[in-house]
Every structure is written in structure tokens, then in C-alpha cells.
Design a binder for this molecule. Sequence first.
Ligand SMILES: Nc1ncnc2c1ncn2[C@@H]1O[C@H](COP(=O)(O)OP(=O)(O)OP(=O)(O)O)[C@@H](O)[C@H]1O
Length: 348
Amino acid sequence: MSVIIRGLSRRFGSAQALQDIELSVRAGEFVALLGPSGSGKTTLLRILAGLDFADGGTVQIGGVPMEGVPARRRGIGFVFQNYALFRHMTVFENVAFGLRVRPRASRPPEAEIAARVRRLLERMGIPELERRLPEQISGGQRQRVALARALAIEPPLLLLDEPFGALDAAVRHGLRRWLRELHNEMSLTSLFVTHDQEEAMALADRVAVLQAGRIAQIDTPEMVLERPANAFVAGFLGQAARLPAMLRDGAVDFAPLPLPPLPREALVSAPDRDGPVQAFIRAHEWRAEPAAPGQANAVLRSARPSGGMLQADIALGELTVEALLPAGPLRAGSPCLLRPLTARLFPA
Ligand SMILES: Nc1ncnc2c1ncn2[C@@H]1O[C@H](COP(=O)(O)OP(=O)(O)OP(=O)(O)O)[C@@H](O)[C@H]1O
């Protein structure tokens, strides 16, 4: 079910939580909302769900304007971070809840509700838990029950707000893959809030990066990483070194840092005009060769093997640069000649 958001704004007192949000999600798409704390992710999701209201702008879900449509009529599955289950209800009853509270005319018969709940619990890999209370199951299992409860009403749109926030890395990993499979199998449209960039990259068809209530960029995971739209996105994603530099006469000059200049042709992106810039260089975009102490511009501080490469901390003047280098003769303490292969530049 498509979602079209136009010019959406929301202010809380003096805090502009959302400003002029434009976002179109196609039916069947999985979009991650990624951004630092306070950037407006939860507020956006709550407005879509009908749990909060915008000061301006419009939302259409499945082509229908949502103004005045209460949350319960939107047919949206919503999973919160704390996945509050009903404590006094069994797992089975929790999952059945959304179907049982439907008006009589659209409520499935009890046998069908039971069959649907059991199918979902089976699908979640927790059929044996149906008689337990929430306090008698683990956090990861509770998370699955919360998802089953949201999915029981067969929502065409699923909104997830940091659903794996409280879980350890291993459980999180498993649930992540499983959620993506579920999304595909059930032909859902999903919006997923996270501040874990690896999670967003692993799951989403497109990633919307929020910066202080605005969408800084919306693009495929590859594009937001490779072609960040601005310095904020370049700094927020992909752990890049940020170096001050000067773009002049077709090259990047890193002085006073002792790095060789980079020609414009080697850059991924750069402003059209010469001037002061911030250069973003990722770990795998560095090279270092052994050099005699007089010729070296850096010293390899420490290194450990990482998947056939060398993960190195390199002292460059006052800075420490994290580099992922092809395995070679460099050892901790080696003087070396460090150079970037490329960079993304943004005006300083
Ligand atoms: N009910 C509220 N009353 C006042 N301010 C609010 C309220 N809800 C959110 N805000 C403010 O709006 C801004 C956006 O908050 P929001 O919760 O949407 O951010 P977020 O990106 O989801 O953050 P986090 O990752 O920490 O959950 C913040 O500055 C927040 O303090």
C-alpha cells in the first residue's frame, strides 16, 4: 500500500520535530528511516499511524487522504520499541486481540481466528509458546509475539519503531533476516525506524536519512553510502575520516596534513567551485606502503587481520586514521607513506 507524504511539519513548543517532509513509498517497498536521536523518526511514524497530528502537510495511504481518519481505521500494523504486550493475556490471546476487537461484521469466526494465530506463531517459530504469559518468555520471543500481533490483522502497511532495540546482536541478526523474508512473503509495505545504520542497510530497499526534522537524503543503501547528498550524510554513514582540505586548480590540497594532493579525477564527488572543503575518506579508501623514516608521512600504530585485510590505526600528525588495507608487510610501529585513493568533498 503506497504512502505519499507532502510538506509534513510538526512542532512541539520551540522544537521543530519535522519540517517539510516529502516522502513517497511504493506499495511493496521496505523503507528504513535512519537518523540520530531527536531527528524526528518516531514523530513521523506516529503521524502515519494516526497517533499524533501534523501542523501542516498531508498524508495519503493507499491513495486515501488520512486527515480525520482515526488510528483504528487506518488498518496499519504498528510495532513499538518497547513492544508492550498485554501482560494478563497469553501469547495466543495477544496475537488474536486485533481480530477479536473488530466490529462483528468484519470479525472472522473463532475457528478462523485460532487457525490464523497458530499459522502466525508457526511462521514466527514459536508455536510452543501459545499458552505462556509475556513474563514467561524471552525478550526476543516477546518481539516475535509483538510482530505476530501486528501482522494478525493482515495490515497492508507495517510501521516498526526500533523493534529490535532492546535485543542482543545475535537475536537481532536473526530477526532482521526473518523480518525481511516476511515482508516479501506477505507483500507488505514497511517503514522501519532505526538508528543502527548496518540494520538499515541490510534490510531496506531505500533509506531515508533524517537530519533535524528534514530528510537529508532518500536513496538506495548503496547510493546513500557511495553518493551522500551532503556532509551530514557523509559523516553519519559509513565511518569516514573527515579532513579539512582546500580544492584548488583541479586538485585537493590537504596541507598542513602531510598527505599527497588528490587530482579532481580521483574524487567520487566534489563541489564545482574551488575553496575550503571537508574531505570524507572511508577506511578502505586508504593505501599505505612501507617507507624509510625520512620519507614517511605516517606511522602504523596498530593492526589486526580482518577478513584477509589489515585493519589499521595510523598516526597522521596529530590525527589517527582508521584504514582497511590490503594485507602486506606493514607491522605495528612501521613508518609508512599514507595516501587516500579517493574522497568525497563538501564545502567547508
Ligand atoms: N510529545 C512531545 N513533546 C515535546 N517534544 C517532543 C515530543 N515528541 C517528540 N518531541 C521532540 O521532537 C523531536 C523529534 O523527536 P522524535 O522522538 O521524533 O525523534 P527520534 O528521531 O525518533 O529520536 P530517537 O532516536 O531518540 O527515538 C525531538 O526534539 C523531541 O524532543
